[in-house]
Design a binder for this molecule. Structure first.
Ligand code: BES
Ligand code: MN
Ligand code: ZN
Length: 497
């Protein structure tokens, strides 16, 4: 999809999109068109009870008196709250409507509502971002799509009063988009194609962006004593991998980095504690945390972030097999702590235990944030639109919260503490890998915390948000890329010198 910026113009051919803020009048431009159409547009809006509220959209087909194929009038919501995200949703809504409509081009003449504080260049770039993100498709395995099912929309022109500024702002958003798309592609790939070594191979691409990429294989990890992670992969024909990515963008390349750690279970059958059949295919997205970490590295390196950032992904496949680990097994983690495996389906924490430990031992980071599709319980607690956050550090938690709000990837902080930690005590080892029936997301977080020393740390449980069964805002249905924007924003706001 090609994005262009141009001076405002009420193009009277093809497709035009205009915006109206809640309970505001039509802009001068739209009024001009309405006059030419002898009031047909305002009549359509009244008929449809259009008030300019967020999410409203009226499509007028070939309005009389105009050469236009279609005019889209999109509600922008309250003028005061009109920010980058609101601009994105205008772009996203129009794109959703037009993507396979047969139209090839669209022009946006969306004026910033009076009273909004966003700058014109930013508004235009966010509008473009909304179009771009919502226009994402993954058609690699579709060989019989009919012409009418394929995207027709190829060119998007955004009208703005600051063309140069918008182009510059778009460069940043384009870098971010490339990270989000990289993550979505990884998550969408089927699990026969994307197994641990293939994930790692694709991450090698980041070397072209200046990221240093290392891949540890099972032998390397064995030497390091990572038997918590390795135990999960025992039942798989596919070799487990640890992916280590470093972006050194700070003026001092040796300065302590910030670190992101991802759960990368390329498929989670549950192992010997086999999951029920229905819906098991969803477990291809059990590497959503690793995808978000890798996507964030793409975004940061693409925009040459002035920060040192480490990304680590534990990549494994959890399968039942004669060689698979059993409920009852005891394994020793790299930290030296032993773990009684009571449920082989609680595997994500086993992978992260060694990844987190390795990360802090080797890199002495300023902080670690892990992302993981860790528990079904977080979906019960928080639903499917916000992520669960657990942290040992208030400042880091607040920064993550703010970044999430700003980027539309919201987090809700969950409690931790001794009363939960005691639920994972084991009679035979240092801990067990499941708690009891209750507080499942919290006991999972307590488990992870046992592999974090004094470093500031946050755990984001994205089991509810890594995938969506229905299109929402800037996300088509499927892989969301949740986490990429959040991490990129966190770095941009606090860790670039
Ligand atoms: N990958 C799952 C969690 C999950 C569930 C992610 C639904 C996305 C959607 C995780 O490995 C898992 O199986 N967790 C178990 C833990 C339990 C055995 C303690 C769960 O949540 O049921
Ligand atoms: Mn599992
Ligand atoms: Zn899992």
């Amino acid at each position: 999809m090609q994005i262009n910026f141009a001076k405002f113009e009420a193009s009277e051919e093809g497709v035009l999109v205009v915006g109206v803020a809640e309970n505001e009048e039509l802009s001068g431009l739209a009024q001009h068109l309405d006059k030419k159409a002898k009031g047909a547009i305002s009549k359509a809006l009244t008929t449809m009870r259009f008030t300019g509220g967020k999410g409203q959209l009226v499509e007028v087909l070939s309005p009389a008196g105009l050469e236009l194929d279609r005019l889209l009038v999109v509600g922008m919501g309250g003028a005061e709250g009109f920010n980058g995200l609101a601009a994105e949703s205008v772009g996203a809504m129009a794109t959703a409507r037009l993507l396979t409509s047969g139209q090839k081009e669209v022009c946006f003449a969306v004026e910033i509502p009076k009273g909004a504080t966003i700058e014109p260049d930013e508004a235009a770039a966010h509008l473009a971002l909304g179009c771009y993100l919502r226009g994402y498709r993954f058609d690699n395995y579709r060989t019989t799509l009919k012409k009418t099912e394929k995207p027709s929309l190829g060119k998007i022109t955004i009208g703005t009063e600051d063309v140069a500024g918008a182009k510059k702002a778009w460069k940043q958003q384009e870098a971010l988009s490339s990270g989000i798309f990289f993550a979505r592609d990884l998550v969408t790939e089927p699990p026969n194609v994307l197994y641990p070594a293939e994930f790692a191979r694709r991450a090698r691409k980041l070397e072209e962006l200046g990221v240093e990429v290392e891949i540890l294989d099972e032998k390397d990890m064995g030497k390091l004593g990572m038997h918590s992670l390795l135990g999960v992969g025992l039942g798989s024909e596919r070799e487990s991998q640890m992916l280590v990515m470093q972006w050194k963008g700070a003026s001092d390349r040796k300065a302590a980095p910030v670190a992101f750690v991802g759960k990368g279970v390329t498929f989670d059958t549950g192992g010997i504690s086999l999951k029920p059949g229905p819906g098991m295919d969803a477990m291809k997205y059990d590497m959503g945390g690793a995808a978000a970490v890798t996507g964030a590295m793409v975004a940061l390196a693409s925009r040459k972030a002035r920060a040192n950032v480490v990304g680590i992904c534990g990549l494994v496949e959890n399968m039942p097999d004669g060689k698979a680990q059993r409920p009852g097994d005891v394994v020793k983690s790299m930290s030296g702590q032993t773990i009684e495996i009571l449920n082989t389906d609680a595997e994500g924490r086993l992978v992260l235990a060694d990844a987190l430990w390795y990360c802090q031992q080797r890199f002495k980071p300023q902080f670690m944030v892990d992302l993981a599709t860790l528990t079904g319980a977080i979906r019960v607690s928080l639903g499917l639109e916000i992520g669960g956050m657990f942290s040992n550090n208030d400042q880091l938690a607040e920064r993550l919260s703010a970044a999430g709000k700003r980027e539309g990837e919201e987090l809700w902080r969950m409690p931790m503490g001794e009363r939960f930690d005691k639920l994972i005590e084991s009679p035979i080892a240092d801990m067990k890998n499941i708690g009891g029936q209750f507080g499942g997301s919290i006991t999972a977080a307590q488990f992870l915390q046992r592999f974090v020393n004094k470093v500031a740390w946050a755990h984001l449980d994205i089991a509810g948000t890594a995938w969506t069964d229905e299109a929402r805002g800037t996300t088509p249905k499927g892989a969301t890329g949740f986490g990429v924007r959040l991490l990129n924003r966190l770095v941009a706001d606090h860790y670039e010198g």
